[in-house]
Each structure stands twice: as structure tokens, then as C-alpha cells.
Design a binder for this molecule. Sequence first.
Ligand SMILES: *[C@@H]1O[C@H](CO)[C@@H](O)[C@H](O)[C@H]1NC(C)=O
Ligand SMILES: *[C@@H]1O[C@H](CO)[C@@H](O)[C@H](O)[C@H]1NC(C)=O
Ligand SMILES: *[C@@H]1O[C@H](CO)[C@@H](O)[C@H](O)[C@H]1NC(C)=O
Ligand SMILES: *[C@@H]1O[C@H](CO)[C@@H](O)[C@H](O)[C@H]1NC(C)=O
Ligand SMILES: *[C@@H]1O[C@H](CO)[C@@H](O)[C@H](O)[C@H]1NC(C)=O
Ligand SMILES: *[C@@H]1O[C@H](CO)[C@@H](O)[C@H](O)[C@H]1NC(C)=O
Length: 440
Amino acid sequence: MSFSDVAFLLTILLFGTYNAHGLIRPKHDKVVVCYVASWAAYRQGNGAFSLENLRPEHCTHLIYAFAGLNASNWTIRSLDPWADMEKDGIGNYKKMTTFRKQGLKVSLGIGGWNEGSTNYSLMASSSDRRRIFIASTVEFLKMYGFDGLDLDWEFPGSRGGAPYDKQNFVSLVKELKDAFREHRLSLTAAISAVSSTIDIAYDIPEISKYLDYIHVMAYDYHGAWNKQVLPNSPLRSKDRLDVEHTITYLLQQGAPAEKLVLGLAMYGRTFVLTSVPESPKINPIGLPSLDIGFKGPYTSEEGFMGFNEICEALVLFTQNWTTGWDNESSTAYAINKDRVVVYDDRKAMMAKVEYVKRKKLAGVMVWSIDTDDFRGKCTSLHNDMTLLDGRDYPLMKSINAALANNTIPFEGNQQPGSSSVQFLSNIAFALSIAMIYLSR
Ligand SMILES: *[C@@H]1O[C@H](CO)[C@@H](O)[C@H](O)[C@H]1NC(C)=O
Ligand SMILES: *[C@@H]1O[C@H](CO)[C@@H](O)[C@H](O)[C@H]1NC(C)=O
Ligand SMILES: *[C@@H]1O[C@H](CO)[C@@H](O)[C@H](O)[C@H]1NC(C)=O
Ligand SMILES: *[C@@H]1O[C@H](CO)[C@@H](O)[C@H](O)[C@H]1NC(C)=O
Ligand SMILES: *[C@@H]1O[C@H](CO)[C@@H](O)[C@H](O)[C@H]1NC(C)=O
Ligand SMILES: *[C@@H]1O[C@H](CO)[C@@H](O)[C@H](O)[C@H]1NC(C)=O
């Protein structure tokens, strides 16, 4: 047995594990739900993300965003048949569900911001319409081979919704789950993180009974609309609009920790200050700003910048940007004259992962994997990236490394659970291979 064999066995033993499908997976028992924005394929240059760019080993679950609702006959529908379907198109449904062969769970998301709330409110308000919708959804998921559905109705009771949506959303979720059981389809939902929206939209104890996981969209707490520089996704704050208050509130309302999945933002929110600060070496949090932020070159959406766009700007125009860390919110910022972006870097992500572990939540989800530095353009910002095995996906790799850290049982305090079972099976696997070599 050569040194490299020993090293290989040790590597598997300590850091990775093969799943039943032969894919090396990060060694932790948390879920990592990766949303894929289908329209990311249409971005320009380095921003263009197709499913060939997806590295499934960073995720346990994938969600393809988004399908829509046909409000003429209350059925689920593709919003972009050319992208989604194989016939005369690129066939993303097929490409997504092919990742199931590598042990991932692949769901279809329905809704999203642009679909609005009104049509979902109308669908959920009638038991006949719900029945048609649910039947069409089961058929659609089976036809394209998805593992389940992720509800992304933003939001029951607001944006054109009605006060009775809260009750109807419970009916929708319950009836979907009833129909899904015999087909072994999973049912999840992405929910708002703002307590006032939560109160209007969700009966938390009831929907918790029927949802397999609850994806908490713990971002967009602030943006240019506040006319003040504030963090997109603060871990803590004084105004209660932050991750810790959201999770505490949901747990108080009766959401089980083991179903809560914390959303992580792979993007920042941008601001234009009303005046250029005298020194760029200030913390911009709280400074007044215009009500519209600037755009990134690829996502091209006012007030929004993908992490890939932020880190590329920091690498290409290093001298123009001053970066810093806001201790209270545990988020990063960068300033270039009157332009500010507040975002989650690797350190911010890891702080949130530590919180997820402390609270024993199910895991994390990311919106969205297509704005990580998936091309590895920003290695110079991360001098320790070699530890993370290569250049690309710095955020996804950091998240998984932080989830895996401290699940190695000989570091103490390990709960008996699947990770120790996994650990023992790794020992058994390594020993049996060693014995095969020694017995030769
Ligand atoms: C809601 O449904 C109507 C009728 O089909 C449609 O015209 C409208 O575009 C839908 N709304 C959204 C936001 O998609
Ligand atoms: C929606 O359903 C109506 C009624 O069946 C149909 O005529 C229309 O083509 C559908 N729209 C889409 C976009 O599938
Ligand atoms: C709804 O419309 C779609 C698209 O035209 C069609 O394929 C489907 O059969 C219709 N379903 C019902 C229940 O009318
Ligand atoms: C960076 O700064 C230089 C010198 O001040 C300026 O000419 C250039 O336009 C800036 N570029 C960006 C992208 O801000
Ligand atoms: C940073 O934040 C933590 C937690 O809110 C606090 O305990 C600590 O004192 C802060 N450190 C500084 C330097 O402000
Ligand atoms: C691993 O976790 C421990 C305890 O939570 C922490 O002190 C340490 O910094 C972490 N190491 C890494 C590499 O994240």
C-alpha cells in the first residue's frame, strides 16, 4: 500500500464520503438546497450560467426556478418552454432531473416574484381550482421526473392577495401533500422572513405539518427602497429585521427546527449615496442614499449585484473599491465613491452556518447558485482557497466546509446520529480496503 493510497483513505475518512451513487459528498448531515435561476442562462459573458456550469457535489437538493400558473384553466405551466423542454429547446427539465442519478433531490419551484400573488390567491380560493391545480401538478412532476414541488407564492395575503389567503394556503398545502404521498413527491415552500408578512401569510403550525422543509428567504430585509444604506441579510440588528429575529420568531410560532432551512443570499444590494463620503474608509451603514441602486454588468437589475459580479469588480478595479466588515450585521460592504454594495462574503456565510448549527436547523438554501463565483474569477481575494480544493465556487465550498466542521466526532459533543453512523461506516470502509491490501 503506497503513501498515496494511505493519503487517499485518510482524505475520505476525514473530509468526504461516497454516497450510494459514487459521488463524493461533503461530510455533514445538513441539507444544502440550491436554487437555480433558469434565466441565468441568458446573462452576458462570464455571467451566463447553464446547467453545464452546475457542480452538484455542493448541494443535496436542487430547485429549478420557476414554473408558473396558467390562470385560464388553473394548471401548472412552463414559463419558458424553449429553455425547459427538449422539443426544439435546451431541455433544462431533463438536464435538472438527470442530477437525481447522482443522489440529489430535484424539485420544481412554482411562482417567484414576477408571477405575483393575485392568480395564486384566486386559484387557492376555490376547492375546484385547487383540485385541478393539484392534479395537473402531480401529472407534470411525474411527466418530467421531478422529486417534488417548491411553492414560491410571494406572498399569500399581500401584493394583490386577500386576507383569506392564509387559510387557503393551509388547504392548498394540505391537499397537495395528500395527493403527493402515494407518489412519494416532496413538498416544500419558500416563505418570507419579515414577521409582519409572516403574520398575514402563514399559519406556521398548520403548514409545518405538511411541508417537508420550509425555506426561509432570510434576505431582502433592506435595499435602496429604504433610501439608506442597510444590510440585505443582517445576522443581527437593533430593528429586529434580521436573521436571528426571523428564526426565533418562527420557532416561537411552532415551526420545528428540523424543518427550517435558512436562506443565504449569493448577492448583495446596491446603493448610491446622496453625497460622496470624505474618506472611503468609513462604515457606510446608515448613510442616506437614493431610492434606486446601481446595476451589475450581468444580472442588470437595479439595486442588485450577484456575488460573482461583486468579486469580479473587486478584482478588476481593486484600486477603486474599499472593502470593510460590518460587525453588527456580520456582513461585508464595498465602497467606490458614491456607490456602495452590502453583501455576504465567505465570512458572512460561515457566520450564518454557525448559527444554523447552533440552532440545530435542517440546513441552508442558497438564492441562487448561479451568482456564486462559479467560474473561479476571484481566487486572488481568497488566499486560502487552495484549502478548498480549487478556484471556483468559493461560497458554496465555504458553506459546506463550515457545515462539515465539528461533525467529526472525536472533537467531542457529537450527538449520536447519522453523521456518526456515517463516520463509523467510513472507518469500516477504510479498514476493509486496508485489509484487502494487507492480505495480498
Ligand atoms: C394572471 O392571469 C391572467 C389571466 O391568465 C394573466 O393575464 C396575467 O398575466 C397573470 N398574472 C401574472 C402576474 O402572471
Ligand atoms: C392556458 O390554458 C388555456 C386554456 O386551456 C390555453 O388556451 C392556453 O394556451 C394556456 N396558456 C399557456 C401559456 O399554456
Ligand atoms: C389547460 O391548458 C393546457 C394548455 O393549453 C392544456 O394542456 C390542459 O389540458 C388544460 N387542462 C385543463 C384541465 O383544462
Ligand atoms: C476606477 O478609477 C479610475 C481612476 O480614478 C477611473 O478612471 C475608472 O473609471 C474607475 N473605474 C471604475 C469601474 O470605477
Ligand atoms: C461585534 O459583535 C458582537 C456580537 O454582536 C459583539 O459581542 C462584539 O462586542 C462586537 N465587536 C466589536 C468590535 O464591536
Ligand atoms: C470549526 O468550528 C470550531 C468550533 O465551532 C471553530 O472554532 C473553528 O474556527 C471552525 N474551523 C473552521 C475551519 O471553520
